[in-house]
Design a protein around this ligand. Structure first.
Ligand SMILES: *[C@@H]1O[C@H](CO)[C@@H](O)[C@H](O)[C@H]1NC(C)=O
Ligand SMILES: *[C@@H]1O[C@H](CO)[C@@H](O)[C@H](O)[C@H]1NC(C)=O
Ligand SMILES: *[C@@H]1O[C@H](CO)[C@@H](O)[C@H](O)[C@H]1NC(C)=O
Length: 190
């Protein structure tokens, strides 16, 4: 071996050690997942009576798709029960009055490395001011809902779990005249 080859070998070795150290350190991450509402459908606010999704206004359900994303490259993630609270923004644009209208629990689960989970479900509502909401979507504005998510998560590190972390995030979802979430883009809960 000449000197330059020795240097190359040394560099490769150093790089290997560095990579190992970085990966090892990264495997102790305890990052919270990213949470999104990708879809929300309120049949009672569908103002198109002929569409295939037609339902009577007696249908007071909310259909939703919650997306949970584990962003850690080396760690699984354990969720406690995920509590969702849906509220209705009463009193017009930018009012600060939010009436709780539904609570829903997604059972706790384990999520693998870099996995994304979709929790699609339907929840019953109580006390939505339907007249107000229907008027809003009928006149071209939107019915405004808030989704609050609360749970505890802990990341899996080799054979044990890291400390539990509380996750409490929320987001505003606007619903239009088809009873559907206004924007195609997923709403990030922060
Ligand atoms: C809705 O349905 C009625 C009865 O079937 C029909 O006469 C009408 O043209 C439909 N309207 C639209 C917008 O499709
Ligand atoms: C539409 O209806 C909502 C709810 O009744 C009301 O707050 C809003 O001001 C109305 N918007 C327009 C443009 O009429
Ligand atoms: C979720 O709701 C249950 C029942 O109300 C409660 O006991 C639990 O503490 C809540 N979890 C979080 C993380 O807020």
């Amino acid at each position: 071996m000449n000197e330059s080859e020795e240097l190359k070998t040394f560099c490769k070795c150093l790089l290997g050690i560095l990579t190992f150290v970085i990966c090892f350190c990264m495997s102790f991450q305890n990052h919270k997942p990213k949470c999104y509402i990708t879809d929300l459908f309120v049949p009672a606010l569908n103002t198109y009576p002929n569409s295939s999704t037609t339902t009577t206004r007696a249908n007071t359900f909310i259909f939703f798709d919650l997306k949970l994303e584990n962003v850690m490259p080396f760690n699984g993630l354990r969720y406690d029960n995920v509590n969702l609270t849906f509220s209705y923004n009463y009193g017009g644009y930018r009012s600060t009055l939010f009436l709780p209208i539904a609570r829903h629990t997604v059972p706790g689960f384990y999520q693998g490395v870099r996995k994304t989970a979709h929790k699609r479900d339907v929840t019953t509502t109580r006390g939505v001011p339907w007249g107000d909401a229907f008027a809003a979507v009928s006149n071209g504005s939107t019915a405004v809902f808030r989704v609050d998510l609360a749970t505890n998560v802990k990341s899996k590190q080799y054979f044990w779990y890291a400390k539990k972390q509380r996750l409490a995030v929320r987001g505003i979802v606007e619903v239009g005249s088809a009873g559907l979430k206004e924007n195609k883009a997923a709403i990030r809960l922060r």
